[in-house]
Design a protein around this ligand. Structure first.
Ligand code: PMP
Length: 403
């Protein structure tokens, strides 16, 4: 059967180059080659995020959860009013973190599979403004990994901007796979982790902060915990961008080498003769095409998605409802066929669906993608839901191979 293929929504399959970089003996954080790799990674984050030249890229050892915590503590004072756009499990985590950081948290909560409309978000911001109690910040999850729902990030950011609120996106399951235009959209913090669509191993928290976000930290009355404090870290990131080593807390050197390789794979197709924008456009199109092909395959197998409408369905993963008579045993039956997928995560519908990740390097590996479609189809058959496996594979290929 060969080695199992990892098709969960993170961590993901690594490319051979990234794997090789991750497996190098950890270099000193002062070694010239490491200084170069770290500095280059920070610079390239601006390309991948499409962030302004005066934005600050940030990399620390940790996960997406740590990146969320950093955003909460560096932007807000206790009592600041924040609006959380909740599309699932990770939005609720963000709300809880903000409450613990002392913010006055208001939520607009969508039913599982739905997203609050940008109009409703605009209205909430407008009402608060009119009442003389404006929101300091809006927090939204670009793709909520628990539902596979992608919000209309550009529209939400436009509303936040209109009412002078900082705009923060948890883009852990999006950055590197979903369209992102941080500067043009006017987002203030876009955060992620290394193990998803950027294509690295788990272990790094990554953020890009706008000048307004940095200004918000400078004005805080309450200091963040030292390990989370942008003011403790910023001189380090700036030094590495200037190709000087510096120390606050030992960087995860092997992981930074892997990140450097992963970012190189994302931006370098354009490095020779075109701006990095073109590489990003290609990458987004590849993720869209792959997601579209999977959606065609799921439809051919008689399956429906958790996202309520096509425009809400993320390109980085599929959240798929079990058909009548099938339950969570499907995940194990798919695993028996050498394809690792994930079960449900949203507490309200946990037992009703499963998740297939399709981001990063694996989306270029057609045989693994077809193997995934067939494994899902055959496993459905094993559990009594007869499904046209070869039709689904053909439907996949039809879209995947489209120019
Ligand atoms: N936000 C989202 C949208 C995520 O998908 C995840 C991870 N699945 C996190 C936050 C938390 O990231 P981590 O597990 O790296 O802490």
């Amino acid at each position: 059967m060969g080695a199992p293929v990892l098709m969960i929504p993170g961590p993901i399959e690594l490319s051979p180059r990234v794997l090789e970089a991750a497996a190098t003996a950890p270099p000193s954080h002062l070694a010239p080659s490491f200084v170069e790799a770290y500095g280059r990674s920070l610079e390239r984050m601006r390309h991948v995020w499409r962030a302004a030249d005066d934005s600050q890229p940030m990399v620390v050892a940790g996960g997406g959860t740590l990146a969320m915590e950093m955003a909460a503590w560096n932007l807000l004072d206790p009592g600041d009013r924040v609006l959380v756009v909740s599309t699932g499990y990770f939005s609720e985590r963000m709300a809880e973190m903000l409450r613990r950081a002392g913010a006055d948290v208001h939520e607009i909560v969508a039913l599982p599979g739905e997203s609050p409309s940008p109009h409703a978000i605009g209205a909430a911001l407008s009402d608060a403004h009119a009442a003389g109690q404006p929101f300091r910040a809006v927090f939204a999850t670009h793709v909520d990994t628990s539902t596979g729902v992608r919000v209309d990030a550009r529209a939400i950011a436009a509303h936040a901007r209109e009412y002078g609120a900082l705009m923060v996106f948890d883009a852990v399951c999006a950055t590197g796979g979903e369209r992102l235009d941080m500067a043009a959209w006017g987002a203030d913090v876009v955060l992620t982790a290394s193990q998803k669509a950027l294509g690295g191993p788990p272990g790094l928290a990554l953020l890009v902060a706008s000048p307004d976000a940095l200004e918000a930290r400078a004005r805080l009355r309450r200091l963040p915990p030292l390990a989370l404090d942008w003011h403790a870290w910023t001189p380090i990131w700036r030094a590495y961008e200037e190709r000087r080593p510096a120390y606050f807390s030992t960087p995860a050197t092997s992981l930074v080498l892997a990140l450097d390789a992963a970012l190189d794979e994302i931006v370098s197709p354009s490095a020779v003769d075109a701006p990095a924008d073109r590489a990003m456009a290609t990458r987004f199109a590849q993720h869209e095409r792959t997601a579209d092909a999977f959606r065609a395959a799921w439809a051919a197998l008689g399956l429906s998605l958790v996202p309520a409408r096509p425009e809400l369905a993320a390109n980085t993963l599929s959240a798929i409802r079990y058909p009548e008579g099938v339950d969570a045993r499907l995940v194990g039956a798919i695993g028996q066929r050498g394809v690792v997928v994930a079960g449900g995560l949203h507490p309200a519908i946990r037992d009703q669906y499963f998740r297939v990740g399709h981001m990063g390097h694996v989306i270029s590996r057609e045989p693994d993608l077809l193997r995934t479609v067939r494994a899902v189809g055959e496993a459905l058959g094993e559990l009594g839901h007869e499904a046209p496996v070869e039709e689904a594979a053909a439907a996949f290929l039809d879209r995947y191979a489209a120019p």
